[in-house]
Write a protein that binds this ligand. Structure first.
Ligand SMILES: [Fe+2]
Length: 225
């Protein structure tokens, strides 16, 4: 049976940095999964109360602080399992209560919702995207307008190129993309739209991709474009 579910987008942040936290709610049993919970605890707990849903699990796309800073608070409040890629846990020594490591192409079933885990390094060594039916949660791998920076700790533009190629090959074109940040456009555009407008989806040559991603005259704050 196909479980009916709904996705809620929460724009959360402090003055300088804004992230998207996502809630996936199973509409039959009113249990929810949260992706990259960060910054605004009351906004999240308020939505859970308003929807009358209970949180079952946290999925983490990667270990960066702006995607994980409410993990501890939420695991104190609720009985939750936390998921992150095994590579990411090992490389960055990430640890928290109830942590579970996951492998590339592992399929999780949480509250009846099927989640396919896709390892997409490039922004960090063990970045993971999560496919839930026709929605892909991409963290800082793929944004609507660009892709994550590749010059941080464990970042690698060659791997980012391969990861984006992999997404293009594996993920159906009508899949909606839900990134960890937005730089103007609302999350939820389809992959087919990104294939027309996102330059990192358009570049088909690895060297061109790497040279463009790592170009020196790119002074934007997060260097995402
Ligand atoms: Fe990040």
């Amino acid at each position: 049976m196909d479980i009916p579910y709904k996705i809620y987008q929460l724009r959360v942040g402090d003055e300088d940095i804004w992230n998207y936290t996502y809630l996936i709610v199973n509409e039959l049993n009113h249990k929810a999964i949260i992706i990259d919970p960060a910054w605004e605890l009351e906004k999240i707990t308020g939505l859970l109360k308003q929807l009358k849903v209970e949180l079952s699990a946290i999925l983490l796309t990667h270990s960066h602080y702006d995607h994980t800073n409410l993990v501890e608070a939420l695991t104190e409040l609720y009985d939750l399992k936390v998921y992150m890629s095994a590579v990411e846990i090992e490389c960055y020594e990430f640890n928290c209560k109830n942590i579970n490591s996951i492998e590339d192409l592992e399929v999780l079933s949480i509250e009846g919702i099927k989640i396919t885990c896709l390892l997409t390094p490039g922004h960090t060594e063990g970045g993971m995207c999560y496919l839930v039916k026709d929605s892909l949660f991409t963290g800082d791998t793929l944004f609507i307008e660009g892709c994550g920076i590749c010059d941080g700790d464990g970042g690698n533009p060659e791997q980012m190129y391969e990861s984006i190629q992999r997404i293009k090959q594996i993920i159906p074109l009508n899949t909606r993309i839900y990134p960890g940040h937005s730089f103007g456009k609302k999350p939820g555009l389809r992959l087919i739209d990104l294939m027309k407008e996102n330059i990192y989806c358009l570049i088909e040559n690895k060297k061109t991709f790497v040279d463009f991603r790592m170009r020196k005259n790119n002074n934007r704050k997060f260097n995402f474009k």
